[in-house]
Design a protein around this ligand. Structure first.
Ligand code: PLP
Length: 684
């Protein structure tokens, strides 16, 4: 079962809202502008929903409450209305918005300011470390402002704005006031009638109505310019035939708010959030909340965990079928820090590592129980895989593990028989993570090497010596980390030798006393010099891999500009057919072990399945290429990104049957997900 903890992004549709929408589509499908009975019925429905919304939002008489397509439309309408009224007003030269507003607000200000040719200055109102508006700034600038936009509660952090303080700071200001009420709907009373708020947009899909329906409150007497002109619907304030199924569904949600049974009150939600918070703190030692809980909606938690990226945490939660959101926009390679948390002045690691967990008021005790259990399982998975900030399990290290940092690759070579290891091209930013991995496996390091001789590698070596002095090599080494006077470093049945190349060295790994190396760790070497030391079958593991190639052969290195090989894809819907056509296919889960651990039982019992995280792929590539060059290999992961990388790398290296599951597990119905059991031998 999916545990959906992303209600601030959107919510599922309440069953009664779905029923109301279907009724409006199938039975009461009239156009409310028609004067016949079917139309009158539709008109009565709209009037009823509007009246209920007016009462629940406390709009008072005389104000307008329009049905819109959502909050973005409401914001456009409000901004257009306000800015249109400012034309020719020479006392106004400023538009203000809170620094943590949803992008729809500043973008609408910019857009309509340009379209209307107003050339007003647009300024962000700073927020403090708690995410609250700087009221002194507002007081200072409000006399020149034509429009002030401040959200009621923030979508990323849940921080509730001090609307009374803002109203007081606006005393004497000519500014119109827009309050984005999206995250407050059903959670926080806005007292629209009592406050001087001029415009307040709302969105149905944040509170169990479908997408495509919203509301816009406009105070009596506030300037108004329709965004859409046409048939004169909504008293000519918003033309276009009404979204009757959306309105009916929203009506059912508002009725649920009214009945006091379906949706929980703030105190209950506070209790639920406290339980989720406790589970998080227990699962992730050192976790920090990014916003003060007592100033936030009781439905939102935004947090970061030292040493764990937002991306890693999202992958982890998703593997446990728990849907959360990154508090920041993530690209495949790097998480962009959240502008909301940056505006609050939080440290970079918190802004870049943020995760948001949000619930809606329809959740119940059993749901929270399950959510807490899954969060604890996530913590357990991290502990078992040596990624928890504390209390990790010992692990057995064996083979090669690759650690990536902004395109740079570090390799940890471990041998479980001799219980020793070697580190290649470590960077200072990775030291915490590497020290954790080294401590969990507790093998002494035989060398900490650099292929390029760059200063960062030497710095990392020094930092490691401070962090894990007991595991550092005990022999003196040269500037590249190579033990003085030693021709080879023996790692169990394998040995590492080296060739000096300019400032750096090429590190050759092969069986003891075997002439051709199986693997070469390369730095900035050119193909010419490499060809003297490696064979055509030697895999080259690069010190940088921005192109996400994983590994190369010398011939690929020579054809550096070679076009990207086409990757063979299997669509989710074709998976069963693919398996019957290729019964010998090997399905390879390239997700990390901490994700695999949280997965459930196999649903493709006949399929041969293997777990090989992308970070450990170097250990298997040679065998797949030389021993199983014709065997279909179908790589899969959560979203299809990592499996694509793996399939592409194998294809480029010459494997004829490397496939990726396009879109990953995320696009498969859960019943069809190929899963394998975690290997208990990985832990001791
Ligand atoms: N304002 C806030 C605070 C939001 O959270 C959102 C949605 O993410 C919007 C505006 C935009 O709402 P809609 O999706 O209805 O256009």
């Amino acid at each position: 079962m999916e545990i959906y903890l992303d209600a601030n992004a959107t919510t599922p549709v309440l069953p009664q809202a779905k029923a109301a929408a279907i009724q409006a589509m199938v039975e009461d499908y009239g156009n409310p502008s028609s004067v016949h009975s079917t139309g009158l019925k539709a008109k009565a429905l709209i009037d009823g929903v509007r009246a209920r919304a007016q009462r629940l939002l406390d709009t008072g008489d005389g104000a307008s409450l329009l049905f819109t397509s959502g909050a973005t439309e409401g914001i456009q309408t409000a901004v257009l209305s306000a800015l249109n009224s400012l034309r020719g007003n020479l006392k106004i030269d400023l538009l203000l918005y809170g620094a943590t507003e949803h992008k729809a607000v500043p973008e609408a200000l910019k857009h309509w300011n340009e379209v209307l040719g107003l050339r007003l200055q647009i300024l962000a109102i700073p927020v403090d470390t708690q995410g609250r508006h700087d009221l002194a700034f507002l007081r200072q600038h409000s006399a020149r402002a034509g429009l002030v936009c401040t959200m009621a509660a923030n979508n990323e952090t849940g921080v509730i704005s001090d609307l009374d303080g803002i109203e007081a700071a606006l005393a004497g200001s000519p500014a119109l006031w827009l309050v984005d009420g999206v995250q407050a709907l059903g959670k926080l009373p806005l007292r629209l009638q009592a406050r001087r708020i001029d415009y307040a947009p709302f969105s149905g899909h944040k509170l169990y109505a479908p997408k495509g329906i919203g509301l816009l409150y406009v105070r009596a007497g506030a300037p108004f310019t329709p965004l859409m002109a046409g048939g004169g619907q909504e008293g000519s304030l918003r033309s276009g035939t009404e979204n009757m199924s959306g309105i009916a569904a929203l009506g059912a949600v508002l009725a649920a708010l009214d009945d006091g049974q379906t949706l929980r009150d703030a105190a209950t939600m506070q209790g639920f959030r406290a339980r989720l918070g406790e589970a998080l703190v227990e699962a992730f030692p050192g976790l920090v909340f990014n916003a003060p809980l007592d100033l936030s909606l009781p439905t939102t938690l935004n947090f970061a965990v030292p040493g764990l990226s937002s991306r890693l945490l999202q992958d982890l939660f998703d593997a446990a079928d728990v849907r959360v959101s990154g508090g920041s926009a993530c690209s495949a390679a790097k998480a962009a820090p959240s502008f909301v948390l940056q505006a609050m002045g939080l440290p970079d690691w918190q802004a870049a590592g943020a995760v948001r967990l949000s619930i809606g008021p329809a959740v119940d005790e059993a749901f929270i129980d399950e959510a807490c259990a899954r969060i604890r399982a996530c913590g357990e998975s991290l502990r078992r895989h040596c990624l928890s900030p504390a209390n990790n399990f010992p692990t057995i290290g064996d083979g090669i593990t690759r650690f990536m940092q902004d395109g740079a690759c570090c390799y940890l070579l471990a041998d479980s028989v001799s219980k020793s290891c070697v580190l290649i091209d470590a960077r200072p930013e990775q030291v915490c993570r590497l020290a954790q991995a080294l401590t969990c496996q507790a093998y002494p390091l035989l060398a900490v090497l650099s292929t390029t001789g760059e200063a960062e590698h030497a710095q990392a070596r020094e930092l490691l010596a401070e962090t894990v002095p007991e595991l550092m090599p005990n022999k003196p080494a040269d500037a590249l980390g190579w033990p003085l006077g030693q021709a080879a470093i023996t790692l169990g049945a394998q040995e590492l030798t080296r060739k000096i190349d300019g400032q750096g060295q090429v590190l050759l790994l092969g069986k003891v006393a075997c002439a051709t190396p199986v693997l070469a760790f390369i730095g900035l070497n050119d193909a010419e010099s490499l060809s003297a030391w490696v064979g055509s079958e030697t895999l080259l593991a690069p010190a940088r891999d921005e192109a996400q190639q994983l590994a190369l052969f010398l011939k690929n290195e020579r054809q550096a500009e070679e076009e990207e090989a086409a990757v063979q894809q299997v669509q989710g819907a074709q998976l069963k057919a693919f398996m019957s056509y290729h019964p010998d296919a090997l399905l390879i889960d390239v997700r990390e072990p901490y994700e695999q651990f949280l997965s459930h039982t196999p649903e493709l019992p006949t399929a041969q399945m293997e777990a090989l995280p992308l970070s450990r792929m170097l250990n298997a590539m040679q065998a797949w290429l030389s021993e199983q060059p014709q065997r279909p290999l179908l790589f899969f992961c959560r979203t299809g990104n990592r499996s694509r990388q793996a399939a592409l790398a194998l294809t480029r290296l010459g494997h004829a049957q490397a496939w990726t599951l396009a879109g990953g597990l995320a696009l498969l119905p859960s019943a069809a997900r190929p899963m394998h059991q975690p290997d208990p031998a990985l832990y001791v």
